[in-house]
Design a protein around this ligand. Structure first.
Ligand code: 5MM
Length: 342
């Protein structure tokens, strides 16, 4: 029997859990492994992901895992499919289906995410391989004259076409319009991030409506409203929480079951604190949780360092971070809890 997409979506944002974004493409995982001086081979990538998926924190705090194509097809060292490790932990396997952000013609410095050609057929195969949700990330950068309307419009339209195809295949689309906080010339303040995020998300929901996408079977993965990494004016945890929620209220219909944030380059602990503040300060129509990549993995990657002898240390670091974020997903994280649980 095929699962209903709204049921899958609700499982992805179930109370007290969140999503692990482990869908680094080949270039990105190489960059991460370079940071620990580890060669990015197929076996090393498999060992790293296997370490995460076998961690105890998976069962208690992870509702879904976003995978890269290679990982969806890989087997653990003992021959168990990695997808099975995820389902055995009670989490939903998902797949990144975009083909990456490519230069937007006529708009220097901007990108449009590609991957619609052949997507219908790829989704059917991914469903056969066990994926029940998918992810597509649009990249919106702020800088001199950016973003353009062309960039916002083209990316939102592609996200909507992707989402409609997913739902036709029985797969829940995660739609990710990421307003970047980093980049060489990104110095914008939090209010600029707010304005651009409202613009991008309003345009996205217009396009989703026009494409006939069922919002009850859709998860939004947005950036938080934060200043650029190189902005001189910092924002408090409360300001980030208040402006992010104001942006969501202005743009996201209540029919959407949940919002799972990206971390975007925030320090891991900031991503946790911001999520917790939002859940503690506001009563909202959607579940607010995490779909973090770096903010869930950075400590685990460092503790593991590519060595078999460090698997337990890597898993302990992952367990701690995901436990803290699960507390944040119900507004119950605090600096004291962080210390006590460490
Ligand atoms: C895990 O990184 C994802 C894949 O990125 P590339 O296609 O560039 O390799 C990325 O889309 C990720 O899922 C989101 O950006 C959230 O990750 P962060 O690290 O921002 O929480």
């Amino acid at each position: 029997m095929t699962d209903r997409i709204d049921d899958i979506a609700n499982r992805m944002v179930v109370e007290g859990k969140g999503i692990l974004a482990a869908d680094e493409s080949s270039a990105t995982i190489k960059k991460r492994f370079d940071g620990i001086s580890l060669e990015s081979t197929e076996d090393n990538r498999r060992d790293y992901r296997e370490m995460l998926f076998r961690a105890d924190g998976m069962k208690d705090y992870v509702s879904g895992v976003i995978l890269f194509d290679e990982t969806l097809r890989q087997k653990a060292a003992d021959g168990t499919p990695l997808v099975q490790l995820i389902t055995d932990a009670g989490a939903v396997p998902g797949i990144k289906v975009d083909a990456g952000a490519k230069p937007l013609a006529g708009h220097p410095g901007e990108t449009v995410t590609e991957g619609l050609d052949g997507l219908r057929e790829r989704l059917a195969e991914y469903h056969d391989l066990g994926a029940r949700f998918a992810k597509w990330r649009a990249v919106i950068s702020i800088g001199d004259g950016r973003p353009s309307w062309t960039c916002i419009k083209a990316n939102s339209h592609a996200l909507a076409r992707y989402a409609a195809l997913c739902q036709q295949a029985g797969i829940v689309p995660i739609v990710e319009p990421e307003v970047m906080m980093d980049g060489a010339d990104a110095v914008h303040d939090i209010d600029t991030c707010f304005d651009i995020s409202v613009w991008a998300q309003n345009t996205l929901f217009d396009e989703l409506f026009e494409a006939g996408v069922n919002l009850e079977g859709t998860i939004l993965k947005p950036n938080m409203v934060v200043p650029a990494q190189n902005c001189k004016k910092a924002a408090s945890v409360e300001e980030v929480a208040e402006k992010t929620v104001r942006c969501l209220k202005a743009t996201v219909p209540a029919a959407v079951p949940g919002i799972a944030f990206l971390s975007g380059g925030q320090a891991s602990i900031d991503a946790t604190a911001h999520l917790s503040a939002m859940n503690a300060m506001f009563d909202l129509p959607w579940k607010l949780t995490y779909s973090y990549g770096r903010a869930l993995q950075a400590d685990a990657l460092d503790a593991w360092g590519g060595k078999q002898a460090n698997v337990a240390a890597g898993q302990a670091a992952f367990n701690h971070r995901v436990q803290m974020n699960a507390a944040a997903a119900t507004g119950k994280w605090s600096a004291e809890l962080e210390k006590q649980a460490a």
